[in-house]
Structure formats: C-alpha cells, structure tokens
Write a protein that binds this ligand. Structure first.
Ligand code: FCB
Length: 455
C-alpha cells in the first residue's frame, strides 16, 4: 500500500563524489588535487582531516557496488577524479585512472545500474591551480581535453554525463568566501572562475557529443528558492539579490545566453566588476555556454529566507528553532524543493530534470545492538520525495532522484564530523552498516513510492 506512487520510468539513485569517498590519494599515478593541498593547510578542515583515505572506496569499490545492488537502485551518480586521469591537468594521460572508472562502470552495467558520471566535482589538478586554476581561461581548454579523454574511453557505456557539480560552490566557496579549495577571498577572481567553469561546461558538452552522438549531457547546479523574511521592500530586494547571486547567475547564461542584468549591476556597485562589465566574457562565450542541455541536475538542500540587515546588506535568516536544523545548520524545508522545481520549469524549461542530490546530515550512530535508527533522515527523505511527487503532478519533467549520499564521507571543510550517508562508515575499520534509512530507501524503491506509514 503506497500513498505516493511515482511513474514507472522514475529513476532512483544515490550520489557520491570521488574526493569524498575514494581515498588512495597517492596511488596508481594520481596527481595532487587542490583539495589535497587545501587539506594540508592548518585550519582549513574542521577536524583537521583530509580525503587521503576517506571511505577507501578506491580499494573497496566491489563491496560498495554490492551495497549499491542491495538497495535496488536504477542509477548511481559518481564523479571522476581529473587528477587520476591527467595527473598534471594537461599532458600525459594516466591509463590506470581510466581503468579504475572502467571497472566501476562495467560493474554497474553488469548489475543493471545506469552509470551517471560527473566530470568535475571540485578536485582540480593542483598543477592547473598553480597556473591560475579556474580564474585562468586556459583551464577551459584543459577541461575540454579531459572530457575528450574520458568520453572516448567510457562514452559507449556511461548512461548520462554531467560536466560540473555546483558551479556556485566552485566559484563562490572556493574563490570568494575561501571555505573551499583553493581557499581564495577575491570576488573578482570568483566571477572570472564562475564564467570559465560555465564556458568549460559548454566546450566539454560539445566534445562529448562529438565523441558520443546522442549522449545525454547536462550540468548540476545547487539551487535555493529565496523568499523575503517580511513584506518590507528592503527584504524583497534582499531575496531578489540572493536569487541573482545564487541561482540566476548560472541559470540565465545556461538557458538564456546572458548574465542577469540586476545581479551584474549589484556586482558593479560592490566594486567586484568594472563599470564596463565583465572583461573575461569574450565574443561567442555565451553561445557556447547556452547550447541545449539534455537535462538539468538540481541539488536541493534548503531554502534561503532573506532580509536586509539594517546596514544595507542582505542576509539569510533561519525560520525554525536551532534544534530543528540538520547538523549542517540547514532548515528542513521540503516544500522548497517543489517551489524550486516548478519555478525552474516555468522560467527555464529544461527538457528533463533530475534531483541529483538531496539529503541531510545527522550524527545518529549505532545503538547497543549495532542498529542505526536514523528516523530524522527517513522523515527528511519522505518529505522531500512527497514534494518531488507533487512537482511531477504540477507538470515538472522530473525523471529521477538521487539521494545524497551512499556512504558517510568526507564532507569537505566539515571533515568527517557531518554524516550524510544512508550507510554508516566506521572510519577505524572501514566497516559499512546499513542505517534504517537505507532499508527504508530500498523499500521505497521497491514499491516505487513513499508509503503512508510514519515517520
Ligand atoms: C553538496 C555537494 C556534495 C555534498 C553535499 C552535502 O553541495 O555537492 O559533495 O558535500 O553538498
């Protein structure tokens, strides 16, 4: 008995990323990435850790594949580590790196699971950072070459490609806010990086389509629905600002071949761009960025409720008591996912949409009997899947959902303190244990719907 039944073709998945699970940082010819370097700098990571070992997935991938099979998934979203493929960012190709992903892809296909590959989930080869990283236009050529190498080798078997994961995080967290690698604090550099990431997306999409006619190619954006905290005009403007900064800065070039004029004006007013506009945008760039996508991947975690803070600056405020937030301090707001999907469909009309990430960090660990009763995570997924279903009923072409994440893993600047997994990882022993949420997700997938029971 289910209360919320999904279409038969609905694709159920889980997502991971290379640096967060693989470990084996120095093995089989892998080059250094900006995250290896960043983690080695004191004070960058909350628990002083790194992804050097992580979940040791590089060695344990067969066992992890068995876990993926247990869940009954239709698709598995993973990322490919650029420094394993082209260790210095340009130049020599490391075939051992390609072999690893080939084994994984073949293993998935044997199990009847569609491989969804992401080319860039933040682990830029350090050698490219040394030459300017995403702020340098030449990095776009390096990325197109990397996409060429990977798609030639795996293009006949990968079911769906994503060029980038979350350009906002790459640009803003990495180059403006400094919380992520490479840890810079320069708004002008961040805007150049954002543009080059988008440009490299378009270039790589062309390359992949050239190598693999008909291959589905998309990009994954983290998007957040924004609303004003009160009806004050200043708060409405703060919400508009956030939408421009976070969402439209990426959606508008990808779908409308232009940057949002109001958000550009905001950046000029703050001195982040010259009055003349964006010096890094060259003729033809926006057409490259805006070529048709086969799908849009959306990562949804929370909403942003905005207010003007009294000094003329926008800030986001929390709408629920602290105890109701996830361990990341993020509000659980499933309705936001429906609002976001409906809005993206209305304003940008991608032909297909996947929720490529959605999940929650809760620390719940094994009880005396070794069972992990993570009811809050089950409630989180249940609420969001209902919202996803409502969006489908509203007419949004939402074709699949990927839970974040298969395993507890290295949560970037938060280290191992934040656990997003359906599966518990004991980092001392590398033992994996299905949490109650994994069993619940397996049952939900088997039923192709969310049951009426509680939580
Ligand atoms: C997203 C990232 C993913 C993970 C989740 C919690 O922004 O894509 O790697 O860290 O957040």
């Amino acid at each position: 008995m289910t209360s919320t039944q999904f279409p038969d073709s609905f694709l159920w998945g889980v997502a991971t990323s290379a640096y967060q699970i693989e470990g084996a940082a120095g093995e089989d010819g892998r080059g250094e990435s900006i995250w290896d370097r960043f983690c080695s700098e004191p004070g960058r990571i909350a628990d002083g850790s790194s992804g050097a070992v992580a979940c040791d997935h590089y060695h344990r991938w067969r066992d992890d594949l068995a876990l993926i099979r247990t869940l009954g998934l239709g698709a598995y979203r993973f990322s490919i580590a650029w420094p394993r493929i082209i260790p210095q960012g340009t130049g020599a190709v490391n075939s051992a790196g390609l072999d690893f992903y080939e084994r994984l892809v073949d293993g998935l296909l044997e199990a009847g699971i569609q491989p969804f590959a992401t080319l860039y989930h933040w682990d830029l080869p350090q050698a490219l950072q040394d030459r300017g990283g995403w702020a340098a236009r030449a990095t776009t050529d390096a990325f197109a070459t990397y996409a060429d190498v990977v798609s030639r080798r795996l293009g006949d078997r990968v079911a769906s490609w994503a060029t980038h994961n979350e350009p906002w995080c790459i640009a803003h967290l990495g180059h403006e806010d400094g919380e992520h690698a490479p840890g810079l604090h320069d708004p002008a550099v961040a805007l150049a990086a954002a543009h080059h990431v988008l440009l490299s997306h378009g270039m790589a999409a062309r390359v992949i389509r050239g190598n693999v006619p008909g291959a589905p190619v998309g990009i994954v954006l983290n998007l957040t629905p924004t609303s004003p905290a009160t009806d004050r005009a200043e708060d409405h403007d703060a919400a508009r600002w956030m939408d421009g900064f976070f969402n439209r800065w990426y959606l508008d070039p990808l779908f409308h071949a232009k940057y949002p004029a109001d958000a550009v004006a905001d950046r000029v007013a703050r001195g982040h761009l010259p009055v003349s506009g964006m010096p890094f945008v060259k003729p033809g760039d926006l057409a490259t960025i805006a070529q048709p996508l086969d799908y849009l991947g959306i990562n949804y975690y929370a909403r942003a409720v905005m207010r003007e803070n009294g000094t003329g600056n926008p800030e986001s405020v929390s709408m629920v008591p602290k105890k109701e937030l996830t361990d990341m301090g993020w509000e659980v707001y499933p309705e936001g996912m429906r609002d976001l999907l409906v809005r993206v469909h209305r304003d940008y009309a991608p032909p297909r949409i996947y929720i490529t990430e959605n999940g929650a960090a809760y620390a719940d660990g094994p009880d005396a009997a070794g069972r992990i009763r993570d009811e809050r995570r089950i409630a989180f997924f249940r609420g969001h899947l209902r919202a996803a279903h409502q969006a489908i009923t509203d007419g949004v072409p939402l074709e699949g959902y990927f839970a974040w994440s298969l395993l507890d893993n290295f949560e970037w600047a938060q280290g191992y303190e934040k656990r997003f997994g359906l599966i518990w990882v004991d980092y001392e022993t590398q033992t994996r244990t299905l949490k109650d949420s994994a069993v619940w997700y397996r049952d939900t997938i088997a039923a192709n719907g969310v049951s009426a029971g509680s939580p």
